[in-house]
Design a protein around this ligand. Structure first.
Ligand SMILES: C[S@@+](CC[C@H](N)C(=O)[O-])C[C@H]1O[C@@H](n2cnc3c(N)ncnc32)[C@H](O)[C@@H]1O
Length: 384
């Protein structure tokens, strides 16, 4: 097998539990992408990694020993990852969360009998066949779709197409999440077809809402939180700026037999400002916006955006009301998010309790030494 040699700083990253070694810390490597044996500056073996010869992230740690990374290795790693999801009460969830599962740059999501996967590095792409073979032998899927239409692949010099590599993957797949059913959109939906990372928080929203309540779901997408709220609430208003997303939300409402859901195509910033001004009140409000901060540089602007909508939402809470609020911006870390909520609460004139700090579902495991594995944070707030 080919070899790569890294600097002392590069080797130290692996020792300290981060699987990436950047370009500047790789002294030499082969020209072609693939699996390489990695040595420290003194020529000692430190592990096996995936080489992406033109990427900023040049090496990704796969295996610390010299055990062969063969078909059996892939099967065992995928099986371990899948077994961590055994107790999940849903027919859609993430089976492999890349670095969080020790499988850098690999995403494998299950939607009922179908699999949607992403191979997000040039090094991993060379392992396509053993990965697909492992998926087939472990899960026996009716079809596999590769959602490769993502910028991460472009940065790796890889094609960014959508490929059906097994069977026939439907345009829409009906899945179940707790007692709610919804249609995932593997070909054209966001991410791999749904926001699987919020699954436990959606179940939580369904638990905290009281029968007869009035609820508001901001940034509803396909109605995901709204559906859980609608199972108990008297009425749910669901807001999104995308007509297409709302159309699927309507189909999802019908699928569950809900007639208490009102879908509004609108800008959430304008809508919540108008609602606060009109003194509208809701017993439960959900705020699940898109990532406002795409880079560290845009964090201050993002924080202003988060603060604005959280402040308005707090003002719209009925006495005893609950706000479930989230941020999926990796660059806005949990302490900054909580500080922003404290500022908004201070401005709102309401006394707001932090009932629970929220994160991403357990099928999106976060590793402490790999901050990039965690991006979704949230809070469950209660107003007096
Ligand atoms: C993170 S997704 C919401 C995911 C959803 N809550 C779920 O659990 O599946 C963000 C949604 O916000 C919508 N959106 C983005 N900016 C918006 C805005 N200013 N006003 C209303 N909707 C917006 C997008 O169309 C998208 O559907």
């Amino acid at each position: 097998m080919s070899h790569a040699r890294v600097t002392a700083r590069g080797a130290e990253r692996w020792v300290r539990g981060h699987p990436w070694i950047y370009r500047s810390d790789v002294e030499r490597h082969p020209a072609e992408p693939g699996l390489v044996q990695v040595q420290d500056p003194r020529g000692r073996f430190i592990g096996q990694g995936l080489l992406s010869p033109t990427s900023e992230i040049r090496l990704r740690l796969l295996e610390r020993t010299d055990r062969p990374v063969d078909a059996a290795w892939w099967r065992a790693r995928l099986e371990t990852a899948a077994s961590r999801r055994a107790g999940i009460d849903a027919t859609a969830c993430r089976l492999v969360h890349g670095e969080g599962d020790g499988l850098p740059s690999l995403v494998v999501d299950r939607y009922d009998r179908w699999i949607v996967a992403q191979l997000l590095s040039a090094g991993l792409e060379t392992m396509r066949q053993p990965i697909l073979d492992a998926i087939v032998s472990l899960f026996d899927p009716a079809g596999i779709l590769l959602r490769h239409d993502v910028p991460a692949r472009r940065r790796e010099g890889l094609p960014t197409d959508i490929e059906q590599v097994l069977g026939a993957v439907p345009r829409e797949i009906e899945v179940r999440e707790g007692r709610i059913r919804y249609l995932a959109a593997p070909w054209d939906g966001q991410k791999t077809g749904a926001f699987l990372d919020q699954r436990p928080n959606r179940l939580l929203a369904g638990e905290v809402v009281r029968p007869g309540a009035r609820a508001l779901d901001c940034f509803t997408y396909h109605g995901s939180f709204a559906l859980h709220l609608a199972a108990r609430a008297a009425s749910v208003v669901a807001l999104d700026s995308s007509a297409e997303a709302l159309q699927r939300a309507g189909t999802n409402a019908a699928l569950n037999g809900f007639t208490n859901l009102e879908l509004r195509e609108t800008d959430v910033f304008e809508a919540v400002r108008a609602m606060a001004r009109a003194r509208e009140r809701f017993d439960v409000i959900v705020l699940d916006p898109p990532a406002f901060a795409k880079s560290r540089a845009t964090v201050p602007d993002a924080i202003r955006g988060y603060r604005e909508i959280n402040l308005r939402a707090m003002r719209c809470l009925a006495p005893g009301g609950t706000l479930l609020t989230a941020s999926c911006s990796f660059h806005v870390r949990l302490p900054e998010f909580l500080a922003m909520l404290a500022e908004a609460a201070g401005d709102s004139g309401r006394r707001i309790r932090l009932a629970r700090v929220l994160g991403q579902g357990e099928d999106h495991p976060e590793v402490l030494t790999i901050p990039e594995t965690g991006y979704l944070k949230g809070a469950l707030l209660e107003a007096e």
